[in-house]
Design a protein around this ligand. Structure first.
Ligand code: COI
Length: 332
């Protein structure tokens, strides 16, 4: 059995090696490049492909793999929004993801960034760099006083809720699918509008689908409380960035923590030092003391990376051996 693993970073290599030791009958070929039209030919002769990238998996890549007789693609991450469902079906692919590599990694990061917003750390650090050590006017807010509106109560949302409750915040939640435990606690509101009306913090923990794109747009911001805080460690296109900029300008939004951006693949996880970045919304948001941008790092912990590598290889092997995996993603 032969698996080719694309886009493998240095920090992933030890985990591939550990997995390989436990599976001596499987040959895993490591490729540092991403799975692109220009690199797909390296997969010829393999039984399955493991990959992680934010760039799209092109229709041509899937077609070429299928032409080599490869129909098993295991992603090392959870989101599948960079795959075209039509091409997946047309080329008869089975796709797996790693649905629960570490919900805590993302939930803890989201909470950390909200606390940074509430305590205005970016503004204080900027002043500190200018040797301005005065307190005012950056008075902070306390987390225990917030009404945190959690949108999406899957694995990550649930951990975030537990942490917020631990800090004494009031939590309300919205999801199309209700978790029975949270239901019993009476955390759910019936509509997004209701959540927007009550929340002093709105935090996103949902996938990107056509129906969730631009979920936070002008109309949504208009319905929120003045001075609301926004946290997004899910997917950039859930927020209309121009509408967010307007809402920051008007003071409707008091601060935003963004681990993801609409056009992040142009910039995140690249060294952009000295390079031109044609991304006006990024520069606008980045210049603000009350906006925290991080380069999609919420997931990036030792626990998460180990699980991403090992569970994706497990899933790919299972597909190769049995044609099935518990982590198969069904596309509608
Ligand atoms: C995902 O798992 O889909 C993520 O968003 C994390 C990714 C950057 C590895």
């Amino acid at each position: 059995m032969k698996i080719i693993a694309y886009g493998i970073r240095e920090d992933e290599k030890p985990y591939v090696a550990e997995w390989q030791e436990q599976h001596p009958d499987v040959q895993v070929k490591i490729v540092e490049e991403l799975l692109l039209d220009s690199t797909v030919d390296q997969a010829e002769g393999f039984d399955g492909v493991v990959a992680y990238q934010q760039a799209p998996y092109t229709d041509n890549v899937l077609k070429t793999l299928a032409g080599y007789g490869i129909h098993y693609l295991s992603l090392r991450n959870v989101g599948v929004d960079n795959l075209n469902p039509v091409a997946v079906k047309e080329n008869d692919f089975k796709i797996t993801n790693v649905p629960v590599y570490s919900p805590a990694a993302i939930a803890e990061f989201s909470v950390t960034q909200l606390m940074n917003l509430l305590r205005r750390t970016k503004e204080y650090f900027r002043k500190f760099d200018r040797r301005d050590y005065r307190w005012a006017p950056e008075i902070s807010q306390e987390l225990n006083q917030q009404v945190v509106g959690v949108i999406g109560t899957g694995h990550i949302g649930q951990v975030a809720i537990d942490i917020y409750k631990g800090f004494g915040a009031k939590v309300i939640a919205y999801d199309k699918f209700h978790n029975p435990e949270l239901e019993k606690e009476g955390l759910y509101v019936d509509s997004l509008d209701e959540l927007f009306a009550q929340a002093t913090v709105v935090t996103l923990h949902i996938p990107l689908f056509p129906e969730t794109e631009n979920m936070l747009n002008k109309e949504a911001f208009d319905k929120m409380n003045d001075g609301v805080f926004i946290v997004n460690a899910s997917r950039g296109p859930l927020i209309d960035e121009k509408a967010l900029i307007d809402a920051l300008d008007s003071g409707k939004v008091a601060g935003a923590a963004l681990d993801v951006l609409v056009d992040e693949t142009k910039v995140f996880n690249h060294n952009m030092a000295g390079k031109n970045m044609d991304y006006p919304e990024f520069w606008n948001l980045e210049s603000r003391g009350n906006v925290l941008i991080s380069p999609h790092t919420a997931f990036y912990t030792n626990v998460a990376v180990e699980n991403m590598v090992k569970q994706s290889l497990d899933a790919n092997l299972s597909l190769i051996q049995t044609g099935a995996s518990d982590h198969e993603v069904k596309f509608n």
